[in-house]
Write a protein that binds this ligand. Sequence first.
Ligand SMILES: [Zn+2]
Ligand SMILES: [Zn+2]
Length: 336
Amino acid sequence: PSEIPPIPAPLLSALLALDEPERSSKWLRCLFEEDKDEAITQIALWQAYQARFAHAVDKHGRPLLPAAEFIKNVSTTFADKAAAQVQAGPVQKFIIKGIRIRDAPVDLSGRPYQKCMWTTPTPDGVSTRPCGAFFMEPAEMFTHIFSDHLRVPKTASPSPTPHSGSPNGDGVEGGAPETKPSTQTEKFTNDEGTYRCLWPGCTKFRNPTPIRPAQLAAHIKIHLPPASSFDPSSPRQPSWVSPAATQSFSFLSTAVDERGDAAGIPLTAVLVLRNLARNLRRLGREEEEREDEREAGGGRKVAKFFGGVEGELWFVFAHNKSLASYLGDLLIAIAE
Ligand SMILES: [Zn+2]
Ligand SMILES: [Zn+2]
């Protein structure tokens, strides 16, 4: 990343409670990491520091560090792995050598935040970029996507004490996440609406689709990054070390009932096919009993009808979690 990102609201308020120079040290640690090959200009650092904390001076009465001291504190924070230097060239640049912006900030304990990648328009409206808001828990990101990006309406709160805030949950547009502490227990409605999914790479709901929020929720959850696994005792990896390439695999599950068991026409279809396979085998055996070549007979009849689609059946078995066990029965009935 080339821009120093704003930090998540809960982290900012934790930092605001600290005195200097601890506050700027912690802020630097949350947003930057050591990298001996990288550098950042002193002016960019200083401006970001001012932008984040200047307003707090009046509110909390904790003055900012003077520029020279702030820059000195950068080296102190990174145990002299970061050094103020002058970069020679046509235009002299004052830089801090040895640090880079983290791909995602970490909290005060070092646990990384996850970034919302939802496609949003740039401020000038001519192109798009990832939303970029940071969240610690997948559930927080989910609520953010539902209210700020998809604008799924919320049910009016049944609580007798009216509270402020719009009942429609009008989201905060773009940029910094405004995660309010979830004291309010408003729920999203499940009234069908027209929604589209703008998670990068998603093709399922690229175009506006009439859908119920509960169904949409199940889809959105596919995209959410898993809760960041963080073990403070394990050696810390720089954020720019990417994990090994993985192959993505999408499940194509069909309807389930309230107990999570397969339901509807897809289930009926599998059961009909299974009964067909079993009965064909019995029928085949009976015919061959008469012709006295018992063994191969039943199987031959099943193969004649199911051989052509066996590949497809295995595909559904692998991809459709809700139908997998029923497909298993069918495949056994075919293979027996
Ligand atoms: Zn977002
Ligand atoms: Zn999607």
